[in-house]
Design a protein around this ligand. Structure first.
Ligand code: ADP
Length: 527
């Protein structure tokens, strides 16, 4: 027997409809890639997003058609998300840091019809256009005067100007596809995660719970995590849902630029990957500055070293929540809200509502949740992928509906998850697993270390042994012995790195995380 409640499909247009109507004058602040900061209200974003919808409809974009964006975080990118999704088209976010060959592959695979891009990305667009004949129109986030020469593109401002805001939003099934994001990989191996309105809607709401992101209308939210990767962790849905002032930083994510934006806009909450937080921390230490309004940050996407968490909590009184997730999970899986600022939260936390976890051995049998036994981390949930786009026939779930994350973890009796490695990064020494993450965390605590990474190196006796790679802070010098002495007592004896190598810079991947694939390739390449 159906309940007697109003039908109200969970479609994403509702987030901006709500913000535009009830928080219309709350500010959305953007720093453009060209420099100046612009500000408007949610009502303006709502109006302009609807004008964009009209432009798309008049171009011929229909339900389920793919429209790509190639842009950093900005108000116009936010308008694009809602303008595209509002009419039931699919917003395919492209990562400008990916090599053009990979971008071309995914644009063609997704059959994107229209591309909306930042002017800063015009050189990429120029190259892409020749490889992607399916793109019917390129629109650059610019006015006529800002259009660069040599790119056949429409100026966004002229495209939407004067258009009616009268267009149908929503009115389709909540199961309709809303967004598409390809996970990183080598060419040909990228896999498209196709979010639905329902999955993003539920993820957006669950992410707002007090022990997850937990921000409110009284917060000023800085979205450092990019809108081109994994839904910006749901921030572009959660901020309008509560009517929080929303700050979008564009492409400049260095410590100085972020600090300036935080201080001038009164940012209280932000989210990003650990390398961004390292960059800000080094800036604060170097310049002897303190954030005056920032209260809480979420660090996720890669393990946050204890030293980083301690520095923010103990020195600056800023709460650090350590989160784990992945593109296939929309992306948040677990979050660790620390009990107090004296306690570092190195574990990745507990499952958020809507996510179920379990650990299995190599044969698929469940392993105990005793905080000691590592296993393959499997997930299920309302916002977890069940197949990849246009690869639907390749099953990615087991018979029980579980998805294998490719991560190795332990879970303790209280449900606390600790990621020990990615399955492909695991170091197997004498038949036992060594956690590269734990060694990295310990090494990153050395005051001279800017970044630390650990990879396995072949060893005649043990199979593999850990190799520690360190990028020192600017102006520092050190020796392998100094680092080995530092690790003494901080990690198990048999985990001690076989060697320590210093490099000028540790390579970061397209999402700002340490890229171990590149690192390994560089190390094995003959000098
Ligand atoms: P990719 O990094 O391949 O582009 P994702 O952004 O989806 O893809 O990354 C998801 C992966 O990042 C997880 O499977 C996990 O290995 C790693 N990860 C995410 N958050 C954390 C964390 N807090 N600690 C350790 N690893 C993490």
């Amino acid at each position: 027997m159906p309940g007697l409640m109003q039908p109200w499909p969970l479609t994403l247009d509702r987030f901006l409809e709500h913000a535009g109507r009830w928080h219309g004058s709350t500010e959305v602040v953007s720093r453009s890639n060209e420099g100046p900061v612009t500000r408007c209200g949610y009502a303006d974003i709502h109006r302009r997003a609807r004008q964009l919808s009209r432009a798309l409809l008049e171009h011929g974009i229909a339900l389920e058609d793919r429209v790509a964006t190639l842009a950093f975080n900005s108000a116009r990118h936010l308008e694009a998300w809602y303008g595209i999704m509002g009419i039931g088209a699919v917003c395919h976010t492209l990562n400008p840091r990916l090599p053009v060959g990979q971008l071309a592959y995914i644009v063609n695979h997704a059959a994107d019809r229209v591309l909306l891009a930042d002017v800063l990305c015009a050189p990429i667009v120029r190259e892409l256009s020749s490889h992607c004949p399916g793109i019917e129109r390129v629109v650059l986030f610019a006015d006529e005067a800002q259009l660069p020469a040599g790119v056949a593109a429409t100026a966004y401002e002229s495209w939407i100007a004067g258009r009616s805001t009268d267009c149908p939003w929503g009115g389709f099934s909540e199961e309709t596809a809303a967004g598409l994001c390809y996970t990183s990989g080598t060419t040909g191996d990228q896999k498209g995660v196709l979010y639905s309105h329902r999955s993003n809607f539920l993820h957006g709401l669950c992410s707002l719970m007090p022990d997850v992101l937990g921000f409110s209308r009284r917060d000023v939210v800085l979205a450092i995590v990019p809108m081109f990767h994994a839904n910006a962790w749901g921030l572009a849905f959660a901020a309008p849902a509560v009517g929080a002032k929303f700050v979008l930083p564009g492409a400049k994510l260095d410590g100085a630029s972020l600090f300036e934006l935080m201080e001038t806009e009164g940012v209280t909450f932000s989210a990003g990957v650990p390398t961004v937080w390292q960059g800000l921390l080094q800036f604060l230490e170097r310049e002897q500055l303190r954030p005056t309004t920032l209260k809480r940050i979420v660090s996720g996407g890669a393990a946050a070293p204890e030293a980083l968490i301690r520095a923010y909590q103990e020195k600056y009184g800023i709460e650090v929540r350590h989160g784990w997730g992945m593109t296939e999970m929309s992306p948040i899986g677990t979050v660790n809200a620390p009990p107090d600022l004296a306690t570092p939260t190195t574990e990745q936390g507990r499952a958020i509502f809507g996510v179920d976890l379990r650990l299995t051995d190599d044969e698929g049998a469940e392993v105990p949740q005793d905080g000691r036994t590592p296993g393959h981390l499997n997930v299920r949930g309302a916002a977890v992928a069940c197949a990849y786009f246009r690869r639907e026939a390749d099953g990615i779930l087991d018979a029980g509906g579980w998805f294998d994350t490719g991560d190795i973890a332990t879970i303790d009796g209280s449900g606390m998850l600790r990621i020990t490695d990615r399955a492909k990064d695991v170091i197997k020494s004498g038949g036992e697993w060594i956690s590269s993450i734990d060694i990295e965390n310990a090494a990153a605590a050395h005051p001279k270390a800017a970044l630390a990474a650990v990879v396995g190196m072949p060893h005649p006796k043990w199979g593999e042994r850990p190799l520690l790679i360190v990028q020192l802070k600017v102006g520092q010098s050190s020796t392998a012995q100094e680092f080995l002495d530092f690790l003494e007592g901080r990690i198990a004896r048999w985990w001690m790195p076989e060697a320590v190598q210093f490099v000028a810079s540790i390579p970061l991947g397209a999402t700002g995380k340490i890229d171990k694939k590149q690192l390994r390739a560089a190390l094995t390449r003959p000098a």
